[in-house]
Design a protein around this ligand. Sequence first.
Ligand code: SF4
Length: 362
Amino acid sequence: MNDIPQTLAQMKNRGRRLIGCFPLYPPLELLHSFGLTPVVLWGMNGSVQNYDSSDRHLQNYTCRVARGLTGFIIDQAAGLFDALFMYNACDTLRNLPEIIATEVELPMLRLHVPALPEERTGAKGYLQDRIRSLVKDLEQFTRRPFSADAFMASTALYRKQRALCRSLDTLCAAGGIPFARAAEVLQSAHVLGVEDHIAVLEHELAHPPSPARTPGARVMASGIQAPPATLMEVMDDSGITVAANDIATLARSYADCPPAQPDPSGYYCDFYFRHYPCSTMLPAGDRRIEVLMQRVRDSDIRGFIFFGEKFCEYEYLEFPHLQDRMKDRGVATLFLEIGAEDLANLMPMKTRIEAFAEMLGH
Ligand code: SF4
């Protein structure tokens, strides 16, 4: 799993038709039901040699997610993927398909998700229409008709996978598996076929590392991506228990699943309009603070660590208010900011995590 391009090449050699997707919440079930293997291209920084290709198009003060993603696609996508898929997200990613098209010749499937709440006039009808268009595009691309049975089978697989992910979170909160290990297993979802990821999760849940750890200070971790492995190991070694996570590549991706239904346009209205709140999905973002405070209460959280993606305005605009609300409840907060260049020197962040753990311990 440390070598994502190699993992993808192996999948391709086994006959999978890979579709590279961004940003984080693509319609995985629908893509899978057409016989494709969707791969979510997040956290690609370790898979690019440098940011030269990305820096030709994006300012170097964009987030490391966008820089890693753009560099990876320009340098390596052509040999790995049959197509790319994108829905709209932040301003940074907004014109990425046009940028990519200047460098990479691959079919690009697109979806536009309205940045409006479900109740606003036309929002639901518009999204349903966009999903139907995507189904037609997929029929054309794969040369096979949409099958409601295949779609239901795919939604059942992803439902099972998300439930297993939540079980691993529960194990982590009880001290049964270190956060570093749990996060690695959970994040592998993005670059494995769903069937393979289910097998990995079932194995991990059946054979947790032993001995179990004594639960320590209960902390919630938040951010777009799980922090680098070194920082998660410091959290584990400092006696921190990640009793809840609000990380977009982790819990925000598997926290909930809409009710099954054979019509993808209805399923994805539920999926996008009622998604677990994420700052990158504006309508869902309105519910975010209340959901987070409820999780703090439910999980008896004492500390909150925010791993900020440097230059991500979505996350940063929310944090001051969130920090105030945490303070009101007596929850200590630690804000760490990580950009592409920071990965070379994580020592100051290690020290701050150790100090935070010590403070919580007292
Ligand atoms: S981290 Fe923020 S700025 Fe970067 S791609 Fe995601 S939403 Fe956009």
